[in-house]
Design a protein around this ligand. Structure first.
Ligand code: DP6
Length: 324
């Protein structure tokens, strides 16, 4: 009763920001992402009769507290689905520099979900796996698939129609993403907490939700037409609108640091010089820059030269879940 799975992280171009059901992790809007090759989690799950509770090792460290509890809670769902009462040893290795500000929970829960469901003998379709994974961490349901992926929010109260689908596979279009890691690491509000506060207090939240259908329709047209400028413009504007909801929450909060704004301005200046680069930012200070392969050398150099930038890690589109 053991299995090992590998999952890549993903970057949202249209953000998931807001839950309509916190327990089931049901979002207030559809989101759309690109799975990334450069950042992944490998997880081995072994269910064993002699264990009296679940244990979780992350990069060889025995985890306790919230990290362990989230894994245990998720394994409870897997056990319920399989109708089996047996505990597991979970061993994860993160090739996602946590500092890179990627939701490492996306690759983490996708790999856990795939390995645990296989180890316990569930034979899930990708759609069933995505729906299960969603309940560990919302953004993780998109990491089941490679390439461009849409999480359909669904309309049912039980969440049965809330899962991700693939829009285009990883080899469809070589769009690159550079993760810009900043030196100053002050603690930020977690995405989970940030979302909750925004939904309940930001007067801009309704406008955010109402703005999503047009963004989605337009970005899907742009992906179909391989219109990079359109994809970048839509993604950058969507990111700004998400962050506007945090600025308008009560109490307000902000994920950006000085260097975040410096990088935003350099990216916008690059466009004035004719280099097609666009940024997006999740629930933290680091940025992800979208560009095409021909501009890679020039863009990486310019990003690395910005004061306050610690490192820049480039990635290609990545694949979905694989079993090792
Ligand atoms: C800003 O998936 O980490 O990265 O569902 O509470 O686990 P939970 O949240 P999480 O939120 C990700 C938010 C985001 C945008 C996105 O990835 O779509």
């Amino acid at each position: 009763m053991e299995a090992t799975a590998k999952a890549h992280t993903n970057i949202a171009l249209i953000k998931y920001w807001g839950k309509r059901d916190e327990a089931l992790i049901l979002p207030t809007n559809n989101s759309l992402s690109l799975t990334l090759d450069g950042f992944f989690t490998t997880t081995r799950v072994a269910f064993k009769e002699d264990l009296t509770e679940d244990v979780f090792y992350l990069n060889d460290n025995a985890e306790t507290g919230t990290a362990l509890q989230r894994v245990q809670k998720f394994l409870d769902l897997v056990r319920r689905l399989a109708g089996k009462h047996i505990y597991a040893k979970v061993e994860s290795t993160n090739a996602v520099p946590t500092a890179a500000g990627f939701a490492s929970s996306a690759s983490g829960f996708a790999a856990l979900s795939a390995a645990a469901s296989k180890a316990i003998g569930l034979d899930l379709t990708d759609q069933e796996l995505s729906r299960l994974t969603r309940q560990g961490s919302g953004s993780a349901c998109r990491s089941i698939y490679g390439g461009f992926v849409e999480w359909q929010q669904g309309s049912k109260q039980d969440g049965s129609d809330s899962y991700a689908v693939q829009i285009a596979p990883k080899d469809y279009w070589d769009v690159r993403v550079a993760a810009v890691v900043l030196s100053d690491k002050s603690k930020t509000v977690s995405s989970r907490e940030g979302m909750t506060r925004t939904v309940s207090t930001s007067p801009f939240f309704d406008a955010w939700v109402k703005s999503i259908p047009a963004d989605l329709a337009n970005i899907k047209d742009a992906i179909a037409a391989k219109d990079f400028e359109a994809v970048g413009e839509i993604a950058e504007a969507n990111c700004m609108r998400m962050h506007a909801t945090t600025l308008s929450a009560k109490p307000p909060f902000m994920y950006w640091q000085d260097a975040t704004v410096s990088v935003m301005q350099v990216v916008q200046a690059m466009r004035k010089e004719g280099i097609a680069a666009y940024f997006t930012i999740d629930a933290g200070p680091n940025l992800k820059i979208l560009y095409l392969p021909d501009d890679e050398a020039a863009i990486l150099q310019k990003l690395r030269d910005i004061p306050g930038v610690q490192s820049v890690i480039a990635s290609k589109p990545g694949q979905g879940i694989t079993y090792l």
